[in-house]
Ligand binder design. Structure first.
Ligand code: HPA
Length: 278
């Protein structure tokens, strides 16, 4: 399986490079409701994931992946809009392919966004949370299988997956924009079902501040390949059992649509700060 995964990732990189797009400085993977950031890319070259031989198909209608290469505020970027999730049934190494492709293009930084349920009592829908660390509660790793030494070590260190420097930069940019920014630990759960209230109490005891079904595989791949990672959650709902309401995907999408605007501004400013090396 792993060799196959390696071939698929290399074919994806070759497909993008064949467009003449150069090495990006920053790569981004956008979660629900944040696809509009891909519209900010100037001189965009779009490569649909379906053009890449062997690329894992999305099972969620309307979420087909597209890689967008170009510039935001003069900084060269590679953006993936439309991610794949573990709950779609992909094996752990396959789950790593999209991030492998982006990271193998050579950026130094990967920025990730997602929607998450807030576990901290005073987190509210629409809040933004910088991810400071994560809990992988799925027993799965995208690094399972044969290691490709050229990409990274067999046993990678995970002490600082989410760069402290990038988080500091994000706080500075957020303050300039007048945006509040929470910070906390993100728990990755397999889904697709939302949690039970008992599971949320367990997650709180384990040290989780927010819970979701994505991001950790991509952050793990980027960390393996030596990139700096910044990840931001849109708190789309209070986690199960906390608000007296049932959870719904529509509520999640609605919160992302609203908070996605301010997160978009924050990310564009952060990307722009790379122009001056700031
Ligand atoms: N749980 C898991 N994943 C999520 C949630 C949640 O409450 N909200 C958005 N993604």
């Amino acid at each position: 399986m792993s060799l196959e995964v390696e071939e698929v990732a290399r074919a994806g990189v070759a497909r993008i490079q064949a467009t003449g797009a150069g090495r990006p400085d920053v790569a981004l993977i956008l979660g629900s409701g944040l696809g509009h950031i891909a519209d900010r890319v100037e001189n965009a070259i779009r490569v649909p994931a379906s053009d890449m031989p062997g690329y894992p198909p999305s099972t969620v209608e309307g979420h087909e992946g597209v890689f967008v290469m170009g510039r935001i505020e003069g900084v060269s970027v590679a953006v993936l809009s439309g991610r794949i999730h573990g709950y779609e049934g992909h094996s752990p190494p396959v789950l790593g392919i999209p991030a492998r492709i982006l990271c193998a293009l050579g950026p130094k930084t990967l920025m990730l966004t997602n929607a998450a349920g807030g576990i901290v009592e005073d987190f509210r829908p629409g809040d933004l949370m910088l991810i400071s660390d994560h809990l992988n509660l799925t027993t799965r790793s995208p690094l399972q299988g044969v290691n490709v030494d050229e990409w990274g070590p067999r046993f990678p260190d995970m002490t600082e997956v989410y760069s402290a420097d990038l988080r500091a930069q994000a706080r500075t940019e957020a303050a300039t924009l007048g945006l509040g920014l929470r910070e906390g630990v993100y728990a990755w759960v397999p889904g697709p079902q939302y949690e039970t209230p008992a599971e949320i109490r367990m997650l709180r005891t384990l040290g989780a501040d927010a819970v979701g079904m994505s991001t950790v595989p991509e952050a793990t791949i980027a960390s393996h390949m030596g990139l700096s990672v910044l990840a931001v959650s849109v708190i789309s709902n209070q986690a199960a059992g906390m608000s007296g309401k049932r959870l719904s995907h529509d509520e999640v999408l609605a919160a992302c649509a609203t908070a996605g605007q301010k997160l978009g501004e924050l990310l564009v400013r952060l990307v722009a700060s790379f122009r001056t090396g700031g």
